[in-house]
Design a protein around this ligand. Structure first.
Ligand code: FAD
Length: 392
């Protein structure tokens, strides 16, 4: 009897690898094609603890060869630049590695090298008997059009924010705590080399802006915009003129322009499903919680859940020890809530200047001055920003 993993994102693939490495049977069901998931652009920042954990499982070879290492970030506002050297303070760094590359590495490790079972393009996935010790998942086979059923000992819901497993537990089986920021971010990918050697946060009365490297050829940018805004309201010239205005500061290098290869509006919100388990269904990654990309936490949390759940399922499947599974939700939620709190706190710093509310603008500016001026505040921020010791 297998563990059925629904979804082949960073969470599902990492979990599948942990199971396979311990010879636990596993079937991964993915709605999209392999080509699609290996190209879908999203996250890019991995925290050092996550890279170390992947390396311990033999999953970080290409990452360690190719990732850039970031140790600083920069705040720009009122025409000034302030560097924040978080690695010097915390001893931990970020690794810049685009999510599609990580997904490609994980599919190779699980399916090509370890011969793991992964079924792409599945349709109409449905859950069955999750409150028993013989749960199952059914789906329509994309080639034959026939319904198939996989019986298992447990189901891992790793199918992201719009999958079936979150909808299933959210339907009265668990509570969903949600926070709406009431703002939008225009998420952009530009075919242009990074214009700084670190992440840049632009605090501007017309709206927040950010610059984040992805690779030597591609850079992610964000521009605050009204929630629900139409990306067509943002033609090339407007995007670049707003980025130049909102990221301007004395001594800052000019932005290198490039073709915009992704342009979408994210309505910024967070949610947490609690508990992250229902019977023998266990949620991991965005299926259980979403952290708006304010502090680049989502992919890191997905990996954290997957490693915890993987170890718990291995213990259960190999020795019958259920303690890890019983404690999984509470253990995962500790880091989830730390990251949610940090994202919310940081959002107030980043969006104060553009809030139109002099009180919010004043308190945001006070927080930033404290962060840049007080070693104690800087140390607390650096640890949270890099996710160090966040399991309390
Ligand atoms: P996903 O990556 O969403 O994977 C879920 C998988 O399930 C997908 O492959 C999907 O096709 C599949 N699926 C869906 N429904 C079904 C179904 N019914 N049946 C079978 N399969 C299904 N995070 C960071 O840490 N750092 C960043 O810098 C960062 N930047 C981001 C920028 C943007 C624009 C966005 C949108 C997100 C960003 N994130 C970032 C968040 C990060 O991308 C997610 O948190 C991460 O993808 C979560 O991984 P996951 O495996 O839980 O879910």
């Amino acid at each position: 009897m297998a563990v059925v993993v629904v979804g082949a994102g960073p969470a599902g693939l990492t979990l599948a690898h942990v199971l396979r490495a311990a010879s636990v049977d596993c079937v991964v069901l993915e709605a999209e094609s392999r080509e699609f998931i290996e190209r879908r652009p999203r996250a890019g920042f991995l925290e050092e603890w996550a890279v170390r954990a992947l390396a311990e499982r033999g999953l970080a070879g290409p990452l360690l060869e190719r990732a850039q290492v970031h140790t600083e970030c920069e705040f720009r506002g009122a025409g000034e630049c302030h560097r924040f050297r978080y690695a010097e303070i915390s001893g931990h760094r970020h690794f810049v590695y685009p999510q599609p590359l990580l997904v490609t590495d994980l599919v190779r490790a699980y399916a090509d090298r370890a011969g793991g079972d992964i079924r792409f393009g599945v349709r109409d996935v449905a859950l069955h008997d999750t409150d028993t010790d013989r749960p199952a998942v059914s789906y329509t086979d994309p080639e034959t059009g026939e319904r198939q059923r996989v019986d298992g000992v447990a189901v891992a819901g790793c199918d992201g924010a719009r999958g079936v497993t979150r909808a299933f537990v959210g339907d009265g089986r668990a509570s969903v705590a949600r926070h709406d920021y009431g703002i939008g971010w225009l998420a952009l990918l530009a075919e242009a080399p990074p214009s700084s050697d670190c992440v840049v946060f632009g605090l501007h009365p017309r709206g927040f802006a950010a610059h984040m490297a992805r690779s030597p050829q591609v850079t992610r940018y964000y521009l605050e915009c009204p929630p629900g805004d139409d990306p067509d309201n943002w033609p090339h010239a407007r995007v670049w003129s707003e980025l130049r205005a909102r990221l301007a500061a004395a001594g800052a290098p000019p932005l290198t322009e490039g073709r915009l290869i992704e342009k979408r509006v994210l309505d910024m919100h967070n949610y947490v499903v609690e508990p992250m388990a229902y019977g023998r269904l266990y949620l991991a990654g965005d299926a259980a919680h979403l952290a708006a990309p304010i502090a680049a936490k989502g992919m890191n949390l997905a990996l954290h859940d997957a490693l915890l759940l993987g170890d718990a399922l291995v213990s259960f499947c190999t020795t019958g020890d259920e303690r890890g599974l019983r404690g999984y939700s509470a253990a995962a939620l500790r880091r989830v809530w730390q990251y949610q709190e940090f994202s919310q706190w940081f959002s107030e710093v980043l969006h104060g200047a553009s809030s139109g509310d002099p009180f919010k603008a004043g308190t945001a500016a006070a927080r930033l001055r404290r962060l840049l001026g007080s070693p104690t505040a800087a140390a607390a921020f650096a640890d949270l920003y890099i996710g160090k010791e966040a399991d309390s």
